[in-house]
Design a protein around this ligand. Structure first.
Ligand code: NAD
Ligand code: GLY
Length: 360
């Protein structure tokens, strides 16, 4: 097991990455204020891992209750959030009870948001079980639900007490979900870690084959990049926005196609290629670099063309992006592999052309 730290003063917390961590009560216990927890999970993850986690907790004398939510991005809503509050209140959970989110990014984002609101804030722990959630969503304290008009539009910054990333849980992850997680892994190489990008070019097939050593390296390296960015800019006033490479276009795809139709990582992959095409049109990036990145996404089993929603529709959806400032769209662009920038300099005509050229 390796341990990283997200350094946020007295709100700092560890990220443990390793195998068979769900059975390790000693990793969880120091972070519980009270020997009572509510585990939030879904109908897919519960039959796989809930019993194991509950046995670990109850074996250590913790009173553990659970709530099992419907599975899917389309359920990242107020209605589902209320099921968590129903369970918390029904079980007389107190402000010092801990909420444990066991699942992918949807469960982590919703569980974290519920924890941020319940009795004005209760502690929570992230136990991410998808590659995407282990490398990105469980770290950094962004929590949210979707609104019909925009992804993750209602939420809070609220940091967990602990992230427990058990890479053994990736054994049961469907291939499509594993590939989707790779989009966020590649992102770190693109925005700030060119050596990691080169490592990914050499090792992407080992990751797809679920080689444990390769997965552990990729999760650790991704989390270490994310922890550094979050420590520098927790509230996204600057550098953290770079983590959204491809996301403005990607969120437009997810919302425009209907939540759950495109996986988040797939939409980020296609969205990243639009952002790179725009960067090339603006003279920031060479055609060779665009080709190199496209090649890696293809090898990772990810889509490199967005759906044909129509460029004007993309733009309309993108106007809801959280990076819009004073009505101006700010986009993450690439100046080279490992060098992202945020810019509001893109002309609308270039954005529309880049979308048209990158969607089939
Ligand atoms: P997800 O939570 O929908 O999980 C993907 C699927 O895998 C689901 O069907 C889930 O039930 C299933 N699953 C989870 N673990 C499994 C396992 N070990 N074995 C088998 N099946 C398993 O999707 P995701 O890709 O994990 O997360 C996407 C969400 O994360 C999006 O809502 C996105 O907006 C959010 N996100 C948030 C942040 C953040 O910083 N908070 C960052 C990136 C993405
Ligand atoms: N996933 C983007 C962020 O955490 O800032």
């Amino acid at each position: 097991m390796q341990t990283l730290t997200v350094s946020l003063g007295e709100r700092s917390y560890p990220i443990h990455v390793g195998t068979d961590l769900l059975s390790r009560a000693e990793l969880l216990l120091p972070h519980l204020k009270q020997k009572k927890v509510l585990v939030v999970t879904n109908t897919t993850v519960a039959p796989l891992y809930l019993d194991r986690l509950m046995a670990t907790l109850t074996g250590a004398g913790v009173s553990a209750l659970s709530v099992v939510l419907p599975d899917g991005e389309q359920y990242k809503t107020w209605e589902t959030l209320n099921l968590i509050f129903d369970a918390l209140l029904g079980a007389h959970c107190e402000r010092s009870t801990t909420l444990i989110a066991l699942g992918g990014g949807v469960i982590g984002d919703m569980g974290g948001f519920a924890a941020s609101c319940y009795q004005r804030g209760m502690p929570f722990i992230q136990v991410p079980t998808t590659l995407l959630s282990q490398v990105d969503s469980s770290v950094g304290g962004k929590t949210a639900i979707n609104h019909p008009l925009g992804k993750n539009m209602v939420g809070a910054f609220y940091q967990p007490q602990l992230v427990l990333a058990d890479i053994s849980t990736l054994d049961t992850l469907p291939d499509r979900e594993l590939c989707a997680g790779l989009a966020e892994v590649i992102k770190y190489g693109l925005i700030r870690d060119p050596d990691f990008f080169v490592w990914l070019e050499a090792n992407v097939e080992s990751l797809l084959a679920r080689d444990r050593e390769a997965l552990a390296f990729a999760v650790n390296r991704s989390c270490s990049n994310k922890a550094e960015v979050v420590a520098n800019d927790e509230r996204e006033t600057g550098e953290r926005a770079l983590l959204n490479l491809g996301h403005t276009f990607g969120h437009a795809i997810e919302t425009g196609m209907g939540y759950g139709e495109w996986l988040h990582g797939e939409a980020v992959s296609a969205g990243t290629l639009i952002a790179l095409e725009l960067s090339r049109r603006m003279g920031l990036l060479t055609v060779d670099d665009v080709f190199r990145v496209k090649n890696l996404f293809v090898r990772a089993g990810l889509p490199v063309c967005g759906p044909k929603l129509g460029a004007a529709r993309y733009l309309e959806l993108m106007r809801h992006d959280k990076k819009v400032q004073d009505g101006k769209l700010r986009l993450v662009l690439l100046k080279g592999i490992g060098q992202a920038v945020i810019s509001d300099a893109a002309r609308e005509s270039d954005i529309l052309d880049a979308i048209d050229a990158s969607c089939t």
